[in-house]
Write a protein that binds this ligand. Sequence first.
Ligand code: ZN
Length: 149
Amino acid sequence: MNPQQKDLFFMAEAIKEAEKAAAIGEVPIGAVIVYKDEIIARAHNLRETSQNAVTHAELMAIQHACEVIGSWRLEETTLYVTLEPCPMCSGAILQSRVPRVVYGARDSKAGCVDSLYHLLNDPRFNHECDVTEGVLAVETGELLSNFFP
Ligand SMILES: [Zn+2]
Protein backbone atom coordinates (compact mmCIF):
# COMPACT_ATOMS: atom_id res chain seq x y z
CA MET A 1 0.00 0.00 0.00
CA ASN A 2 1.23 3.48 -0.75
CA PRO A 3 0.87 6.17 1.96
CA GLN A 4 -2.45 7.43 0.58
CA GLN A 5 -3.90 3.91 0.49
CA LYS A 6 -2.74 3.42 4.08
CA ASP A 7 -4.54 6.57 5.16
CA LEU A 8 -7.74 5.40 3.48
CA PHE A 9 -7.43 1.95 5.03
CA PHE A 10 -6.90 3.18 8.56
CA MET A 11 -9.56 5.88 8.29
CA ALA A 12 -11.99 3.15 7.25
CA GLU A 13 -11.05 1.40 10.51
CA ALA A 14 -11.77 4.60 12.45
CA ILE A 15 -15.15 4.75 10.70
CA LYS A 16 -15.87 1.19 11.92
CA GLU A 17 -15.28 2.47 15.45
CA ALA A 18 -17.61 5.41 14.85
CA GLU A 19 -20.28 2.99 13.66
CA LYS A 20 -19.94 1.05 16.92
CA ALA A 21 -20.66 4.30 18.75
CA ALA A 22 -23.72 5.02 16.61
CA ALA A 23 -25.04 1.49 17.24
CA ILE A 24 -25.28 2.24 20.97
CA GLY A 25 -26.69 5.73 20.59
CA GLU A 26 -23.40 7.59 20.98
CA VAL A 27 -22.37 10.45 18.72
CA PRO A 28 -20.46 8.54 16.02
CA ILE A 29 -16.80 9.42 16.36
CA GLY A 30 -14.07 6.79 16.11
CA ALA A 31 -10.28 6.72 16.35
CA VAL A 32 -7.41 4.31 15.81
CA ILE A 33 -3.70 4.68 16.57
CA VAL A 34 -1.24 3.05 14.23
CA TYR A 35 2.34 2.06 15.08
CA LYS A 36 4.59 0.42 12.51
CA ASP A 37 1.61 -0.16 10.21
CA GLU A 38 -0.39 -1.91 12.92
CA ILE A 39 -3.39 -0.70 14.85
CA ILE A 40 -2.37 -0.70 18.52
CA ALA A 41 -5.42 1.09 19.90
CA ARG A 42 -8.97 1.72 18.80
CA ALA A 43 -11.82 3.50 20.52
CA HIS A 44 -15.11 5.25 19.97
CA ASN A 45 -16.94 8.00 21.76
CA LEU A 46 -18.58 6.72 24.97
CA ARG A 47 -19.73 9.90 26.64
CA GLU A 48 -23.36 8.84 27.11
CA THR A 49 -22.59 5.27 28.15
CA SER A 50 -19.91 6.30 30.62
CA GLN A 51 -21.49 9.62 31.63
CA ASN A 52 -17.91 10.79 31.70
CA ALA A 53 -17.07 13.98 29.80
CA VAL A 54 -13.53 12.94 28.90
CA THR A 55 -14.40 9.65 27.16
CA HIS A 56 -13.78 10.94 23.65
CA ALA A 57 -12.49 8.43 21.09
CA GLU A 58 -9.06 10.03 20.73
CA LEU A 59 -8.47 10.34 24.46
CA MET A 60 -9.27 6.69 25.14
CA ALA A 61 -7.21 5.53 22.15
CA ILE A 62 -4.24 7.57 23.43
CA GLN A 63 -4.57 6.06 26.92
CA HIS A 64 -4.64 2.55 25.50
CA ALA A 65 -1.73 3.20 23.13
CA CYS A 66 0.40 4.47 26.03
CA GLU A 67 -0.28 1.19 27.85
CA VAL A 68 0.60 -0.85 24.77
CA ILE A 69 3.83 1.03 24.05
CA GLY A 70 4.67 1.40 27.73
CA SER A 71 5.45 5.07 27.40
CA TRP A 72 3.66 8.41 27.58
CA ARG A 73 5.47 9.32 24.35
CA LEU A 74 3.64 7.99 21.33
CA GLU A 75 6.48 8.59 18.94
CA GLU A 76 6.26 7.03 15.48
CA THR A 77 2.48 6.73 15.72
CA THR A 78 -0.31 8.12 13.59
CA LEU A 79 -3.71 8.92 15.08
CA TYR A 80 -6.68 8.57 12.74
CA VAL A 81 -9.96 10.11 13.84
CA THR A 82 -13.18 10.61 11.94
CA LEU A 83 -13.78 14.16 13.19
CA GLU A 84 -11.47 17.11 13.76
CA PRO A 85 -10.25 16.89 17.38
CA CYS A 86 -11.65 19.14 20.12
CA PRO A 87 -9.45 21.26 22.42
CA MET A 88 -9.19 18.50 25.05
CA CYS A 89 -8.12 15.84 22.56
CA SER A 90 -5.78 18.23 20.76
CA GLY A 91 -4.18 18.83 24.17
CA ALA A 92 -3.77 15.09 24.73
CA ILE A 93 -2.26 14.71 21.24
CA LEU A 94 0.33 17.37 22.08
CA GLN A 95 1.03 15.86 25.52
CA SER A 96 1.57 12.39 24.08
CA ARG A 97 3.80 13.73 21.27
CA VAL A 98 1.79 12.03 18.53
CA PRO A 99 3.73 13.09 15.43
CA ARG A 100 0.96 12.74 12.86
CA VAL A 101 -2.81 13.20 12.95
CA VAL A 102 -5.19 12.30 10.13
CA TYR A 103 -8.82 13.31 10.41
CA GLY A 104 -11.92 13.16 8.25
CA ALA A 105 -14.50 15.89 8.59
CA ARG A 106 -13.98 19.34 10.04
CA ASP A 107 -15.90 20.33 13.18
CA SER A 108 -16.87 23.96 12.87
CA LYS A 109 -18.21 24.04 16.45
CA ALA A 110 -15.36 22.48 18.41
CA GLY A 111 -12.51 21.63 16.06
CA CYS A 112 -9.19 22.96 17.29
CA VAL A 113 -6.85 21.72 14.57
CA ASP A 114 -8.04 23.91 11.71
CA SER A 115 -11.51 25.32 12.42
CA LEU A 116 -11.41 27.39 15.63
CA TYR A 117 -7.75 27.15 16.62
CA HIS A 118 -4.61 25.58 15.24
CA LEU A 119 -3.50 23.85 18.42
CA LEU A 120 -1.48 21.16 16.64
CA ASN A 121 0.51 23.70 14.66
CA ASP A 122 1.33 26.47 17.08
CA PRO A 123 5.08 27.01 17.36
CA ARG A 124 4.63 28.41 20.89
CA PHE A 125 3.99 24.83 22.10
CA ASN A 126 6.88 22.39 22.40
CA HIS A 127 5.29 19.96 19.95
CA GLU A 128 3.68 20.28 16.54
CA CYS A 129 1.97 17.64 14.40
CA ASP A 130 1.91 16.81 10.78
CA VAL A 131 -1.82 17.05 9.99
CA THR A 132 -3.73 15.56 7.08
CA GLU A 133 -7.40 16.46 6.89
CA GLY A 134 -10.24 15.43 4.64
CA VAL A 135 -9.46 11.70 4.36
CA LEU A 136 -12.82 10.08 3.55
CA ALA A 137 -14.31 13.46 4.37
CA VAL A 138 -17.66 12.68 2.76
CA GLU A 139 -18.07 9.36 4.61
CA THR A 140 -16.93 10.74 7.97
CA GLY A 141 -19.17 13.78 7.58
CA GLU A 142 -22.15 11.62 6.69
CA LEU A 143 -21.71 9.62 9.91
CA LEU A 144 -22.60 12.77 11.81
CA SER A 145 -25.17 14.24 9.43
CA ASN A 146 -27.02 10.91 9.44
CA PHE A 147 -26.90 10.84 13.24
CA PHE A 148 -28.17 14.42 13.56
CA PRO A 149 -30.84 14.58 10.84
ZN1 ZN B 1 -12.25 15.38 21.96
